[in-house]
Design a protein around this ligand. Structure first.
Ligand SMILES: [Zn+2]
Length: 345
């Protein structure tokens, strides 16, 4: 931690701001924020919270940096994409250069029912940087169950939406969206694209809400479902009432997604011509040994966190926890067969 005077200097403009002040800054430095998903929204949130001096940042992401991310995922560089660094690690590296006073906890993980409660443990606030409703319901269940405030955010095309959830004080995600939109009905970033300005707006509102929560300025929260479209020039603020008295999650305390059986072992990654295969129990893979095994069969590249193996039209990226992202197919059977052929069962 920096000396007090350095801290005063670094955060002086923020301390001058009446909403934060010396006391608010001290609270930020003693807070932990957890960012689930470090793509466009998550990397923007992470950078802003690091610059603001939130003392501990846990950054959770399952993926690695690719060149198609660089148009909007402002924390990452061409070097990260060339090295195929996991996003959590690349983000931690850059934050270390932006603010070396704070502590960053990168977690390379696919968020699921078995790890979400561990991942949010100790959080003063959780920020949604994910791109799918299944993970958002998991965050909602875990945060309502454990009484942790969280901030929903989503962006696609030029449209974005955000809402702050304070369990039992405000409606939760399930109060507002009892069911996820049917798969394939909603546009995604892979089908409709996305432009950076909407990312900046949604992430900025999420970060502002996080700063209000962390400094205890509850009165200043926006208490609404905020929607923005930067291309159609539409901004809407829909006021939220009280939590629903029959909400399955926050009223009845049913945490469906946490009680579920192990999540599907294989999942198609939307619009990416890729399938993710996760082992049903966590194992640790010796990437150096796997590299030796695969070298005779195709092109292999590896860094400290993952190994990439190319064979014909397919590309397998294998993480240390034995999870694999298989590119070149959206067929689960094909992906499973490649996984068992090259990585093992
Ligand atoms: Zn609810």
């Amino acid at each position: 931690m920096a000396s007090n005077s350095n801290s005063q200097e670094r955060y002086s403009r923020q301390i001058l701001f009446s909403g934060i002040g010396t006391e608010g800054q001290a609270k930020l430095l003693n807070s932990r924020a957890v960012i689930i998903g470090c793509g466009a929204l998550g990397s923007s949130q992470a950078e802003a919270l690091a610059r603001a001096g939130v003392g501990k940042l846990r950054i959770v992401d399952r993926d690695f940096v690719e060149s198609s991310n660089l148009q909007r995922q402002t924390m990452f560089t061409e070097h990260d994409a060339a090295e195929r660094l996991p996003k959590a690690v690349a983000a931690a590296n850059h934050i270390g250069e932006v603010n070396s006073d704070i502590e960053v906890e990168p977690e390379i993980a696919d968020v699921n029912h078995s790890n979400i409660e561990r991942l949010i443990a100790g959080a003063d606030v959780v920020l949604d940087g994910t791109d799918n409703f299944a993970t958002r319901y998991l965050i909602n269940d875990a945060c309502v169950k454990n009484g942790v405030n969280w901030i929903y955010g989503a962006a696609v095309g030029s449209y974005g939406v955000t809402m702050t959830v304070r369990p039992h004080e405000t409606p939760c995600l399930r109060c507002i969206f009892p069911e996820a939109p049917p798969a394939a009905s909603a546009p995604t970033c892979d089908t409709a694209g996305v432009i950076m300005p909407i990312i900046s707006i949604v992430a900025s509102v999420q970060v502002s809400e996080a700063l209000k929560l962390l400094t205890g300025d509850i009165q200043s929260l926006h208490n609404s479902l905020m929607q923005f479209d930067v291309w159609r020039n539409e901004w809407r603020k829909i006021s939220l009432g009280a939590p629903l008295t029959d909400c399955a999650t926050c009223a009845l305390g049913k945490f469906e997604t946490l009680e579920a059986d192990a999540r599907d072992f294989a999942a198609v990654m939307c619009g990416r011509q890729a399938v993710q295969i996760s082992p049903s129990e966590s194992v640790h893979i010796d990437l150096a040994a796997l590299r030796q095994k695969l070298e005779p069969a195709g092109e292999v590249k590896a860094n400290d966190y993952l190994l990439r193996f190319r064979t014909g039209e397919y590309e397998l990226t294998v993480f240390q926890d034995a999870r694999s992202i298989i590119r070149g197919t959206d067929d689960i059977a094909t992906a499973r067969s490649l996984y068992s052929k090259y990585i093992g069962n």
